[in-house]
Design a protein around this ligand. Structure first.
Ligand SMILES: Cc1cc2nc3c(=O)[nH]c(=O)nc-3n(C[C@H](O)[C@H](O)[C@H](O)COP(=O)(O)OP(=O)(O)OC[C@H]3O[C@@H](n4cnc5c(N)ncnc54)[C@H](O)[C@@H]3O)c2cc1C
Length: 566
């Protein structure tokens, strides 16, 4: 018997589900409804149109209804909005947005993948014509034309999440001398990173000429400027709102489908809603977090596509193992690659999971190779089990590869021991013989086994202000090029001759450039009977990056004589 399957939403989840169903069932009648004019476009590449990296907006559209019909015998009805679900009759009501006519369509199975809508703040001026949100090709085309055809000079982006950050970067890369301000209400952009790691991004923003404003929010949008809560007025002839998304649940709610505790459509193991003939996937649903064991939402393309396949498979009796999500993501910010997976330190704290973390700054590739650069890598693990909970990587090199390894480890319930023994490929152009992820595991195991103690980079200011005993074990020239204001310099190469300068009756904090030499120093000193030593994780490079942005914007007293970012 021919099954009739209707799909609401024609992009990441919807198009994936429709295509998978066709692969499983040649005889099914499949109709995909999309209220916009395009199906199957690359949401993720939308910001790249602003920089010109993707020069034509049409190139953002990956498939047309004609191709869907020819290749897959799937009918994709664009400009057709599904406005009602009649669960008792198993029909939907559709409005053709061109003819304005409404019609009814029956289904055997229905898949909802209506996505999410941008959150709009309740602020005067949000509906002005120079205020934009970005969700589809029409939106980005409109913004692109507006900023380029109207001699716009000042642009304000509100919200420092992925979309806001990508919009800022691509507007800057358009090379049109825009003055760009990014306003974020919290004390950091990109909440997928911890506060210590994100300082590297804050620096990158200001280095690239972005006016980054944190801990402030917009209260009014005027034609030529925006007014902030702090009283500041920021010139802006174009405003982009990117403060997050909320799941599109109107249809589901009106049809009486259950909504979950986080506001997304409630689904079971197989993405079935509370109606056994209706599935829901993508940004609109609520998902289960593998590590925190709580309900959450994860509006990302990879999960949407996997959920779509699983729902289609379930429809055809193919079993699916629902592992829950961990939240892996990445973004490029000018010269930096940024990636993270699993829990941040902040998340672990909020979830009440006992944890510790490693912050290392190894080279991305072998140091003598051209283009080598430091990779800032933070690994979070459970205490005392050593189970890996999450990681963050920032650098010019390959951050995503390292985070993908950690994501795989988390999905396999890996521990520091597993990561230490993980055999990865190596050649100097790609990494180091001991890859940063292996190296992080070794440091983590040392900490877990009490081999040495550490203090985080965010405690250093307090140490300096309290005149703690800090030893900088870098060589003299490095020290002279910039050091902590009260650190004494005992280079590792002079350590054994200068033992008498090191007290035993108070804590001693050691650092070098990236914490490796200070670890060697600590091991040597501990073997000589010292037992009150702490390695400053992140060391001088980490300290300079951590302090820089707040030093700049607050004008506070610096704790370093001179920054050194190399
Ligand atoms: C600018 C931008 C950049 C992004 N970058 C990334 C990235 O780099 N990596 C990543 O993983 N994710 C990224 N995402 C998120 C990713 O695009 C989404 O998670 C993914 O598209 C969700 O798939 P979906 O099918 O749930 O929703 P969508 O892909 O948004 O599709 C939903 C579609 O349903 C349509 N629709 C809604 N209601 C109806 C209705 N009643 N009738 C008919 N049609 C309807 C909508 O018009 C929409 O086109 C980005 C998103 C944006 C906006």
């Amino acid at each position: 018997m021919t099954r009739k399957i209707l799909v609401v939403g024609g992009v990441a989840g919807g198009a994936s589900a429709a295509a998978r169903i066709r692969r499983l069932d040649e005889s099914a009648e499949i109709i995909m409804f999309e209220k916009g004019p395009h199906v199957s476009f690359s949401n993720c590449c939308l910001p790249n149109h602003l920089s010109g990296m993707i020069s034509e907006s049409e190139d953002l559209v990956l498939m047309t209804p004609e191709i869907f019909k020819k290749r897959f015998n799937i009918e994709a009805r664009v400009n057709n909005e599904v406005i009602k679900i009649n669960r008792d009759k198993k029909t939907i009501i559709v409005k053709d947005l061109i003819t304005k006519k409404e019609y009814e369509e029956a289904y055997d199975k229905l898949i909802l993948s209506p996505g999410a809508n941008p959150v709009i703040p309740k602020v005067e001026g949000c509906n002005k014509p120079h205020v934009f949100t970005i969700r589809n090709v029409v939106d980005i085309d409109k913004l692109n034309k507006y900023v380029k055809n109207n001699n716009i000079k000042d642009i304000a982006v509100i919200g420092g999440g992925f979309i806001g950050v990508e919009i800022v970067e691509n507007l800057k890369l358009a090379n049109l001398d825009f003055n760009i301000t990014l306003i974020e209400a919290s004390n950091q952009i990109m909440d997928t990173l911890d506060y210590d790691m994100v300082q590297i991004l804050h620096k990158e923003m200001i280095d690239k000429g972005i006016n980054l404003i944190l801990e402030d929010s917009v209260i009014k949008i005027n034609d030529d400027n925006i007014k902030l809560f702090s009283g500041k007025e920021i010139p802006a002839q174009a405003v982009i709102i990117a403060i997050g998304v909320k799941p599109e649940t109107k249809l589901a709610k009106e049809a009486g489908l259950e909504i979950g505790e986080t506001g997304g459509i409630k689904v079971d193991h197989n993405y079935l809603t509370s109606d056994k003939d209706i599935y829901a996937v993508g940004d609109a649903i609520e998902v289960y977090h593998k590590i925190t064991k709580t309900k959450t939402r994860l509006p990302l393309a990879g999960p949407a596509q996997r959920q779509a396949r699983a729902a289609a498979d379930h429809m055809y009796g193919i079993p699916h193992r629902n592992t829950g999500v961990i939240g892996s993501s990445c973004v490029k910010l000018f010269d930096l690659n940024v990636a993270s997976t699993g829990l941040t330190e902040k998340d672990a704290k909020n979830a009440g999971i006992p944890y510790d973390f490693v912050y290392i700054i190894p080279g991305d590739i072998v140091g003598i190779m051209p283009d080598n650069s430091p990779l800032h890598f933070k690994l979070i693990y459970e205490v005392p089990t050593g189970k890996i909970l999450g990681a963050q990587a920032v650098g010019k090199g390959n951050a995503t590869k390292r985070i993908d390894v950690i994501a795989t480890m988390i999905m396999m319930n890996g521990t520091l021991e597993d990561l230490k023994e993980l055999e990865l490929c190596y050649a100097p152009a790609f990494n180091t013989a001991k890859d940063p992820v292996n190296y992080a595991a070794l440091v983590g195991l040392n900490l877990l086994n009490g081999v040495f103690k550490q203090v985080p980079v965010y405690k250093v200011r307090e140490l300096v202000e309290n005149n703690a005993f800090i030893i900088d074990v870098r060589e003299r020239k490095e020290y002279e090029a910039g050091h902590l204001i009260n650190a004494i310099n005992i280079p590792l190469s002079e350590l054994r001759e200068r033992i008498s300068e090191i007290p035993k009756d108070r804590p001693v904090y050691l650092h070098c450039r990236s914490s490796q030499r200070s670890y060697y120093a600590i091991m040597a000193l501990q073997n000589m009977g010292f037992d009150n030593l702490y390695n400053i994780s992140g060391s001088y490079l980490g300290i300079c990056l951590y302090e820089y942005y707040n030093d700049k914007i607050t004008g506070r007293k610096k704790i370093v004589t001179k920054y050194n970012f190399k």
